[in-house]
Design a protein around this ligand. Structure first.
Ligand SMILES: O=C1O[C@H](COP(=O)(O)O)[C@@H](O)[C@H](O)[C@H]1O
Length: 242
């Protein structure tokens, strides 16, 4: 199948975050009443949240945005590893948004229980398309090993899971995660990867060249058939692209 992955490259991580914040702002300028956006953890979104908090706190239609996560680490929200905790620190604590619009994974609970609760909340709140929840936008990162959300290369079966969420295990630390599965990621209207840094360059080159190596990486397989897939990169991340 021909790929429709689009690539946008910015000078550095700061310019990437600022340009992406503007893209987000533009997306919210329609008269839609609600946008369901799944966030990622990681270093690049942190910069994005800082830009949103400092430059868009008053401009954004926060009352129409519902926030979710593509994945969460199974730790309490106060833990430095918590994706929700990082977002709270860098964004939610600096804007006015109702708690009912923040749909976090309860990382402090038993992982299987947290995955079930999160799946139930998604099912009860999101529109369905072709039997799967339909996010307006899923923002994803990519780990140095090619993982995305918390779908790691040693757990490729999560790409084809029939569940909305699964419990995943980090290959090195053994930390438990809750992750949206591939069918949900691939049912979004938009998937936007935000990727910066030299450490991602080789994996990105493998993915974009359609190589056998690339096909072993979870990120390669995320491309909604009925949606857009855009890779927002800085020059370092894009430095080895074919
Ligand atoms: O573990 C995770 O890593 C990825 C990538 O993060 P980065 O810091 O290498 O950019 C992230 O997308 C995911 O949400 C997070 O849980």
């Amino acid at each position: 199948m021909a790929s429709n992955k689009e690539i946008k490259i910015y000078t550095d991580a700061q310019e990437l975050a600022e340009s992406f914040a503007f893209e987000l702002f533009q997306m919210t300028q329609s008269n839609r009443q609600r946008f369901d956006i799944a966030l990622s953890g990681g270093s690049t979104p942190k910069l994005l949240f800082d830009v949103l908090a400092s430059e868009y706190a008053e401009k954004f239609p926060w009352e129409r945005i519902h926030f979710w996560w593509g994945d969460e680490r199974c730790v309490p929200p106060t833990d430095a590893d918590s994706n929700y905790g990082m977002t709270k620190q860098h964004l939610f604590s600096k804007i006015t948004i109702d708690e009912s619009q923040i749909h976090r994974v309860k990382g402090e609970l038993d992982p299987a229980k947290a995955a079930t609760l999160y799946s139930d909340e998604i099912k009860s709140q999101l529109n369905d398309r072709d039997g799967w929840p339909n996010f307006d936008l899923i923002i994803l990162g990519m780990g140095d090993d090619g993982h995305t959300a918390s779908i790691f290369p040693h757990e490729m079966q999560l790409l084809n899971s029939d569940k909305i969420c699964e419990v995943a295990t980090h290959p090195v630390s053994g930390q438990k995660r809750v992750s949206l599965t591939g069918k949900v990621l691939n049912n979004a209207n938009r998937v936007h990867f935000l990727i910066s840094g030299q450490a991602k360059a080789q994996r990105l080159a493998e993915i974009m060249s359609d190589s056998a190596e690339g096909q072993k990486l979870p990120s390669y397989h995320i491309e909604p058939v009925n949606g857009e897939t855009i890779f927002f990169l800085d020059e370092e991340a894009g430095s080895k692209l074919p």
